[in-house]
Design a protein around this ligand. Sequence first.
Ligand code: UVW
Length: 334
Amino acid sequence: KLPTFDELPAVEGMPQGCAWGVFDQDGEKDVYGTLNLLTPETVKAAAEEVQDGISISLNWPIGSIKMPGFFRKSLDHKVMKLEDHQSGLHYGFDDEVSFNTQASSQWDSLCHFMHQPSGKAYNGVYPTVADMEVSSKANQKLPTIDHWHNRGCVAGRGVMIDFKSYAEAKGIDFSPFIDFRLSPADIEAVAVYQGVTFRPGDILIIRFGMTEALGNMTGEEQAAAMSSIKYCGLEGTVDMARWLWNNHFAAVASDNVAVEAMPPMANGEVLPLTNLILHQWCLGLFGMPLGELWDLKELSEKCNEKKRYAFLLTSSPLNVPGGVGSPPNALAIL
Ligand code: UVW
């Protein structure tokens, strides 16, 4: 049984609620964090959520945002003709893609954001660019995303909290590009409204309608919305971090930019990005991966039609040695 947030053993120099060491085994430093909660039992139980055999992709096309935030590179896609050297006949194509892994639907691995001001990533390691640019085989202790392939990636019970549909039903005035902050009580109210409960090892999926809003904008409108750095999301508070840990989610994903609301704020004051509380706590202190900019529209339509909000979720990130983030290649199967 996992300790609660307030019962987690004290880690020197770190705030209460640090899970470093909790998942270590036989003296080996853990690199999977809360993905350890995806046990054969939770996967088998998740498979029981498949009732209609409907499979839905949660992957927004790479390159959907023409100018991603934080000066990130969008998609560069080059197609090359394959021609036979002897006959000159054109027999097919190859292609090359290049993009920032944070530019569209993505997972943030446990190396994406470090606790501040210690600069330490999950389980107390100090990743450097040089360390991560070489194969993680040589850096077994860095919790890079390729390690997920050593444990079957992500398969478990996804639970969607469809805040966008709830807000529409309840007449809540809401748009994705305001710094609207969802509290634990708000999430629980949506869960009760939908008639869904959480189990340890669930993958929590929260829909705000942000990728849908971005998808309906011109490139210029997208650039203005992205550069506003006013994004709806979960409230970035220690109370929210405590609630996420105490529910023992294996991971959290959303269709918004950062899972948590931006900009980081405290006492009505805007703070530097280093104060993103859920990035520090989930990625750095719990080892709980964050998924962002997922495409949740079709899933919402199907869940609302079926009145079922739990499903089997699978996701297999790119197996890039030393990778920081990745398109999720995620499927929800209802
Ligand atoms: C930052 O890296 C600041 O945020 P995100 O993980 O949402 O891209």
